[in-house]
Write a protein that binds this ligand. Structure first.
Ligand code: ZN
Length: 55
């Protein structure tokens, strides 16, 4: 579980991480500094996005 912060939000969603760890997920997306050019998600760290673009 220690690798979760290194995974993309897309991968975390596929694993059901967002539903089971909503409080942790919020910390990954706020305050958002990047967005994903592929799926439109936003995140604090670009490493959590599959195609990070600066906000
Ligand atoms: Zn993405």
């Amino acid at each position: 579980m220690s690798d979760d912060k290194e995974k993309t939000l897309c991968a975390l969603q596929e694993e059901g991480f967002i539903e089971s760890n909503p409080e942790v997920f919020v910390k990954l997306i706020q305050p958002a500094r990047f967005y994903c050019g592929n799926c439109g998600r936003s995140a604090v760290a670009e490493k959590n996005l599959c195609n990070p673009q600066p906000l």
